[in-house]
Ligand binder design. Structure first.
Ligand SMILES: [Zn+2]
Length: 246
């Protein structure tokens, strides 16, 4: 499947400090009112890794799905939102790991509402990390899903996979599923970091997504390239081979 990428690419320039050889955050439009933000970090054993998040725009309001991987990149993202005259309504982090939450403290300093599930906030708290200001009720997340941004976003908990707290975000109007780290890109040959994964539950959670969202235009994985519903089948395949090698 082909994508009409990128409508435009906006790369914000950084004052590179000596300790920083990472590329700066990149922001590109993937659909009317939807921008992908890609930020980078060095991960032991994996090298330099990129991470995806989204900025959703509606009526000049913006909402961030997953913060960039560092405070510095979160600052640049805030500047980008400002420069475009969007009003930032909040952010949601789709699980507790750094690539989703590194910007929470900074957003709170800027008085931006931050959201996470109760499960995610509990994990952050246990790890002595900054928690989100607003907690999404687990039961609602698991059943009808939690509405954000006036219904433009619906957060849903399909069950454990990459982590016990991973949630996804559905954009009903555009039929975009933000899968986060629960969904692997087609380039992924393995499940990646599985230190906190529930590999047996993972395919069951993915099947719930296949059932809930039969008509998906794009899926955004936590890392790697955007795709379509094939990413769900591919992720199930990866969990099967991981279970076999266990
Ligand atoms: Zn993770």
């Amino acid at each position: 499947m082909k994508f009409l990428f990128p409508v435009f690419i906006l790369i914000l320039s950084l004052n590179l400090s000596a300790d920083d050889k990472l590329p700066p955050i990149a922001i590109k439009q993937i659909e009317q009112g939807v921008f992908l933000h890609k930020s980078y970090s060095e991960v032991q054993g994996f090298g330099i890794v990129s991470s995806n998040g989204l900025i959703v725009i509606e009526n000049n309001h913006a909402f961030i799905i997953d913060t960039p991987w560092s405070e510095k990149d979160t600052e640049l993202l805030l500047a980008w939102i400002d420069n475009n005259n969007y009003q930032l309504l909040g952010s949601i982090s789709t699980h507790s790991h750094e690539d989703r939450t590194a910007g929470i403290a900074l957003l709170k300093q800027h008085n931006i509402p931050t959201y996470a599930s109760a499960l995610t906030n509990n994990i952050l708290k246990a790890k002595d990390k900054e928690t989100a200001e607003h907690v999404l009720n687990h039961q609602i997340l698991e059943q009808q899903g939690s509405l954000l941004m006036n219904g433009a976003l619906r957060a849903f908990y399909p069950g454990a996979g990459h982590s016990i707290d991973n949630i996804v975000v559905w954009l009903p109007k555009l039929k975009i599923l933000y899968g986060g780290c629960l969904v692997k890109s087609l380039n992924s040959k393995t499940l990646g970091y599985t230190g906190e994964a529930d590999i047996a539950q993972w395919p069951i959670s993915i099947k719930k997504l296949q059932h809930n969202y039969p008509d998906i235009k794009y899926i955004v994985p936590g890392h790697g390239s955007i795709g379509d519903s094939q990413l769900l089948a591919h992720t199930i395949t990866l969990t099967r081979s991981a279970l076999q090698h266990h």
